[in-house]
Write a protein that binds this ligand. Structure first.
Ligand SMILES: Nc1ncnc2c1ncn2[C@@H]1O[C@H](COP(=O)(O)OP(=O)(O)OP(=O)(O)O)[C@@H](O)[C@H]1O
Ligand SMILES: [Mg+2]
Length: 235
């Protein structure tokens, strides 16, 4: 099976070369755990090797994403400028809707972009798609509706041969009873916990499942370093 480098050599070596090509992978984790950064490593590596990438951002502006990547030594700006990396923002739409709800006193309604509608945004010749964060589509959706829409989207993107990373925050993942994990090919969970003895944050990356792949038995510990990004602690 063909693999796509995660952008992290140590993780690649634990995943038989990387993410399975043309499949959907779910990345879950609590806030600040490193979900977005894991996606940025993939995008940087893929762009460097001449692949076409798309980042669907629901929570951050394009400038924030580029600055965040740059601070980790992952300079995506040249690829963005050249059009190899397309950043699509669902963000503004959401903010404008919230503002208009406040101004007009309307009920906070469903988001105008629905999860299945992403299929119309994610078009063109892409090798890699990162959707950060599908959790924003979950608050008002019924569970079975979320499942059928998510499964359909995952299926469609796989058929288009896109290697897709779906990022979901832990709160939304819990709210949707972790059902997104079933239809995807792989699931990675990152977490950040405080060690009560040292008062320091400890980060781990766990491969929960990866079809067709022998997965690491233990969670991998890592740090996030300036100009470097995710740095696995050997062991
Ligand atoms: N340049 C940097 N140097 C060191 N650490 C950094 C740097 N940039 C970000 N970080 C660390 O990475 C964390 C954010 O990681 P990331 O944005 O991937 O988390 P996330 O799981 O996507 O969180 P969110 O819930 O905000 O989406 C920051 O809280 C910080 O601890
Ligand atoms: Mg994030």
């Amino acid at each position: 099976m063909e693999r796509i480098s995660t952008g992290l050599p140590k993780l690649d070596s634990k995943l038989e070369g990387g993410y399975p090509k043309g499949k959907g992978i779910l990345i879950s984790g609590n806030t600040g755990s490193g979900k977005t950064i894991l996606g940025l490593h993939l995008l940087y590596q893929a762009c460097k090797s001449g692949k076409n990438c798309m980042f669907i951002a629901t929570e951050e502006t394009t400038e924030d994403i580029l600055l965040q990547a740059e601070s980790l030594g992952l300079d995506l700006r040249p690829f963005y400028d050249d059009g190899n990396l397309v950043i699509q923002r669902v963000y503004e739409e959401r903010v404008y809707e919230a503002i208009s709800n406040v101004e007009w006193g309307t009920e906070s309604s469903k988001m105008s972009t629905n999860i299945i509608q992403l299929k119309d945004i994610i078009v063109g010749k892409n090798d890699i798609v990162v959707i950060d964060n599908i959790g924003v589509f979950t608050p008002t959706i019924l569970l079975d509706e979320f499942r059928s829409q998510f499964d359909a989207l995952n299926h469609m993107l796989s058929k288009r041969n896109y290697t897709t990373i779906f990022i979901i925050d832990e709160t939304s993942n819990k709210r949707t009873e972790y059902i997104a994990a079933y239809s995807v090919y792989g699931v990675i969970k990152v977490s950040k916990k405080e060690n009560p003895y040292t008062n320091k944050h400890e980060r781990t990356l766990e491969v929960v499942k990866m079809r067709n792949t022998q997965i690491p038995e233990e969670p991998m510990k890592f740090k996030i370093q300036p100009n470097k990004g995710i740095d696995f602690i050997s062991g």
